[in-house]
Ligand binder design. Structure first.
Ligand code: RUQ
Ligand code: CUA
Ligand code: CA
Length: 593
């Protein structure tokens, strides 16, 4: 095992060297390739579909971007923690999506890590979860409709960062709180600072329990047998400044024994804090938390598809620490669970897999993806480095197709680069992020293409299109409150309360007009009664701040107080037919005396 670690490093040097090296490595190091044949590998003919869905987190854009691979075409963006008028999402008070988001915190977020539901260790196409680092939240997106369906603020933690599905059957969603803060919160008490790992119900996202953790929990993953939750931790110093956080030579990968945690809950070994069962691992009969030492301030935490190893990727150390999962609860000294610690290059952040025994590590400082042979590295065979590929520039996350499942396809790898610099047409001082698509099906990596993204994808997951398409609905199922074809009407339900019901279908609303009184509390319910896919309608009320978007079959409601008297047209916002522009009606608000 290499003992060369991070000693020679200081943070400033890491960053400066990173930028300098990035500027110097513009030309791909590969031998000249036939560009036409390379570009044909990403060419998807008109009318044909991509082989993969790629879900990229939106970072401070607050949602998820959905691209097709290998074309790199943006197919959809899914708003989660930010309003998006186009989809009528969280942009209008009095709508369901707005009230749900507003109830959990501000109307913006910082998403890093998309994860997908699993059955039997493979993606089942049901749900996607995404964290909000800035506001301690997590959300679930329903993949049948690509819509956000649940958002929860997680109690007792700050900075929801690493999240993971507990494999193989999505028994929990885990979410750690990266920043140490007092538990319970609501007072300043440095002595009560702790990180946290929350175990959430996958559907409701309610915490089933939490575990107090030292250090700063960072990236998370799980073993393939449902037994272990893992997280990298970079602040065993328990410091509150950057200088303090890089004092010691070692930090850890934390392993939480889920079985032991559940047993502790059964024995009542927990404290209720803000309605959540919180386990203090110092106070349990059975050991719940193991801290496996790794070089200081690690970042990535990734379990191999065969479930044998969990890897801590070095960041400040040029190494990846490979931990034998089967040894964690067997060895006296946790160092003996470390199977290997290969040098891979400068600034390693994340590691991904092709299912053929190779790991691919992103090197932020070297601006490279390095491919290495896991078993050779463990055996100390000096030829473990298989290939290196320059990327543009300063890669953060990297993911290979289906690498998080037990059956990676080993076909493509995405390099999610932090800086695009000169890669795209200039658009002002801030440039888009650059994603590079690399073919990993052969011995040597092959750079295929790049595509830009809005700020700022951190991580990505992929699904084979054939596995997801059968789950995607073509029209929404009619809801209980759907307005039937002949059901458009106005009902006064109280002296100052009116319910308006109408349908929308090419190219007419069920009501040409309706009248309410100034000061009325108005609830409008609209159902798009189209029965074929892609026939969306909308309803925007001119100068009234009201905007609904309706998938085929969908019912939406909005409640507001009609404060302004006068005539206000509502009109369709989705171009639905040749008479789309005529699709409108009048809301008339009679002035109160
Ligand atoms: S963290 S690279 Cu959430 Cu790696 Cu961003
Ligand atoms: Cu309905 Cu345009
Ligand atoms: Ca540290």
């Amino acid at each position: 095992m290499s003992k060369r670690s991070s000693q020679s490093w200081i943070l400033g040097a890491v960053l400066v060297a990173g930028l300098a090296l990035a500027a110097a490595c513009q030309a791909p190091s590969e031998s000249p390739q036939d560009l036409a044949s390379l570009s044909s590998r990403t060419y998807v003919p008109v009318g044909e579909w991509d082989k993969y869905y790629a879900f990229l987190s939106g970072g401070q854009s607050g949602g998820v971007f959905v691209y097709g691979l290998p074309s790199g075409r943006l197919i959809r963006s899914i708003p989660v923690y930010e309003p998006r008028a186009a989809y009528g999402y969280a942009s209008v008070p009095g709508t369901e999506s707005y009230e749900r988001l507003a109830a959990t915190g501000p109307m913006w977020g910082d998403t890093h890590h998309p994860i997908l539901s699993e059955s039997g260790g493979d993606y089942d196409g049901k749900s996607l979860w995404i964290n909000d680092k800035a506001n301690s939240r997590i959300a679930r997106v329903d993949l049948r409709t690509f819509e956000t369906k649940a958002i929860v603020k997680i109690p007792n933690l700050q900075a929801t960062h690493g999240i993971a599905v507990i494999s193989p059957d999505t028994s929990y969603i885990i979410a750690n709180g990266e920043f140490r803060t007092e538990v319970p919160s609501g007072r300043v008490d440095v002595t009560a600072y702790s990180s946290m790992m929350a175990f959430l119900d996958p559907m409701t996202l309610e915490p089933r329990f939490e575990v107090l953790m030292p250090g700063n929990c960072d990236i998370a993953d799980s073993s393939k047998d449902g037994r272990w939750a893992f997280t990298t931790m970079y602040n065993l110093e328990e410091a509150v400044t950057i200088e303090g956080m890089i004092q010691r030579e070692e930090d850890a990968i934390g392993a939480i024994d889920i079985r032991a945690a559940e047993a502790a809950l059964e024995r009542g070994e927990f404290t209720m804090i803000n309605g959540v069962k919180v386990i203090d691992p110092e106070k349990t009969t059975e050991r719940v938390v193991y801290l496996i030492p790794v070089p200081k301030n690690p970042h990535g935490c990734d379990v191999t598809p065969d479930g044998k190893y969990v890897m801590g990727t070095g960041k400040l150390s040029p190494t990846v620490t490979v931990i034998d999962i089967s040894k964690i609860d067997q060895v006296e000294n946790l160092r003996d669970a470390i199977a290997g610690q290969p040098d891979v290059g400068l600034g390693p952040l994340h590691t991904t897999f092709d299912g053929r025994g190779n790991a691919y590590t992103s090197l932020f400082v070297d601006s490279q993806i390095v491919k290495w042979d896991i078993e050779k590295a463990i055996a100390g065979d000096p030829t473990y480095i298989v290939d290196r590929m320059d990327v543009h520039y300063n890669v953060g996350h990297t993911q290979a197709t289906l690498a998080e499942t037990m059956h990676p396809t080993g076909e493509y790898l995405l390099s999610l680069n932090k800086l695009s610099k000169d890669q795209f047409l200039p658009v002002g001082p801030t440039m888009p992020e650059s994603q590079e698509l690399i073919d990993i099906s052969g011995e040597k990596m092959m750079m295929l293409a790049s595509f830009p993204a809005e700020p700022e994808p951190h991580d990505a997951v992929f699904m084979l299109a054939k596995d997801l398409i059968p789950h995607v609905v073509q029209t929404e199922e009619l809801a209980e409150n759907a307005v039937p074809e002949d059901g458009s009407r106005v009902e006064r339900v109280g002296p100052n309360e009116v319910h308006v019901y109408m349908t929308a279908i090419r190219s007419k609303y069920g009501l040409n007009d309706f009248t309410v009184k100034q000061g009325d509390k108005v609830t409008i319910t609209i159902t798009n009664i189209e029965t074929i896919r892609d026939m969306s309608h909308g309803s925007a009320n001119e100068n009234y701040g009201i905007n609904l978007a309706l998938d085929p079959g969908q019912t939406r409601t909005v409640t507001f107080v009609a404060e302004k008297p006068g005539t206000y047209w509502y009109y369709c916002t989705w171009f639905c037919s040749a008479l789309h522009l005529e699709m409108r009606g009048r809301m008339m608000v009679e002035a109160s005396e």
